[in-house]
Ligand binder design. Structure first.
Ligand SMILES: *Cc1c(COP(=O)(O)O)cnc(C)c1O
Length: 371
């Protein structure tokens, strides 16, 4: 019996007919990049959708993080999470700073504020926290710590598109937040990203840093780099944006269906509260506990034999990778909660149009992995 493989996610695309007139506008204008009309339309539509005032579009989130750190002149230590996609730590290195890993709150995929505070030294300049799976960090506690110690607070909000927390856009927290519009995220422009800036001056400075440091035709003020989003990518984002409420609602329905079924299965725990208002259902991580008949890796392999490609996001921990494991803060003894999370988590396939019969197949295997 051969069935189409099911991957952990599947990019969403705008209807082809919605893209064509936007591409036609680009062809007519002969402007392909450098902040043209399409980028400006996308920027305005996105700011309005997210409920923020100042944002800078970037070609991806990684460059957004790098120029954000550079903007604040951060070259010392940056306290961050080992439980994330590698880009959050790689960006710290590319900005010229050093990542310092802190542990997670037990049972949560996010940084433990107390563990963050314990890692502060005279060299610490910033905290780079990740709203993992779109679950909000303890933003109040992190803000208090950042204030108390005079640190910058930057959020990698790559998973947090559209998430609202305490009645406001989660992406408006901290000194600034960086979103990713990579193909596999909740919202995409194929590749792309945005920095949510606190004010107009910061926004303009970030724009300049992402445009070679060019101020005007004859003035280059700093060694910037190229983080510009093209007009074609902007058109893709602009065409998809009106669909986002429906797409996020569809993700929520898939997540609720998993949550209902999994509540019947001993040894599997959902990490994301599926009924939380304002959540974006970016992913469906489950924790495979000792009561489950298979180990986490056993379940991962079992699903693979059925052509179901769940993913161990995030395993291994960033702090275990060869370019980081020599750091004192990478010592596993200091990161017990992160290790437990990385060793037990499995992200199940979740995308807005996941076929209910495919989801039933996945749930049936989870319920009876011996079959
Ligand atoms: C995807 C991702 C990134 C990188 O985003 P790009 O837009 O691909 O550069 C950074 N951090 C996290 C947590 C991510 O999941």
């Amino acid at each position: 019996m051969s069935r189409a493989p099911i991957y952990v996610t599947r990019p969403v695309l705008p209807p082809f007919d919605d893209v064509l007139p936007l591409f036609q506008d680009i062809w007519n204008s002969r402007v392909l990049t450098n902040g043209g009309a399409m980028l400006q339309r996308f920027e305005a539509a996105l700011a309005s959708y997210l409920g923020v005032e100042h944002l800078v579009l970037t070609s991806n989130a990684t460059l957004g993080l790098i120029i954000s750190l550079r903007h604040y002149g951060i070259t010392g230590e940056v306290i961050t999470t080992p439980f994330s996609f590698v880009a959050s730590s790689h960006a710290i290195g590319w900005a010229g700073a050093t990542p310092v890993f802190a542990d997670l709150t037990a049972g949560s995929p996010n940084l433990d504020p107390a563990a963050v505070e314990a890692r502060i030294t005279p060299e610490t300049q910033a905290i780079l926290a990740v709203h993992c799976y779109g679950i909000p960090c303890d933003t109040e506690a992190l803000a208090r710590i950042a204030d108390r110690h005079g640190l910058r607070l930057i959020y990698d909000a790559a998973h947090a598109f559209g998430v609202r927390s305490n009645g406001r856009a989660l992406a408006a927290e901290g000194d600034l937040s960086v979103l990713s519009f990579h193909a596999t995220k909740v919202f995409n422009s194929v590749e792309g990203g945005a920095i949510i800036a606190p004010d107009r001056d910061t926004r303009m400075a970030l724009e300049r840093l992402g445009n070679f440091g060019i101020e005007d035709e004859v003035t280059v003020t700093e060694t910037g780099l190229n983080a510009k989003l093209s007009e074609l990518h902007a058109a893709m984002g602009l065409a998809l944006l009106p669909r986002m409420d429906d797409l996020i609602a569809a993700r929520g329905r898939v997540a609720s269906r998993y949550a209902r079924s999994l509540s019947q299965i001993a040894g599997l725990d959902c990490l994301c509260p599926s009924e939380r208002p304002g959540h974006n259902s970016y992913a469906f991580p489950v924790l495979v506990g000792p009561d489950y008949p298979l180990s986490r890796d056993g379940l991962y392999e079992k699903l693979r034999t059925h052509d179901i490609f769940a993913r161990r996001y995030f395993f291994p921990l960033i702090s275990d990778l060869p370019m980081y494991r020599h750091l004192p803060s990478a010592d596993p003894a200091g990161l017990p909660n992160a290790r437990r999370m990385a060793d037990s988590v499995l992200c199940l396939p979740l995308y807005p149009d996941l076929d209910p019969s495919d989801q039933d197949r996945i749930i049936a295997i989870l319920a009876d992995p011996g079959s």
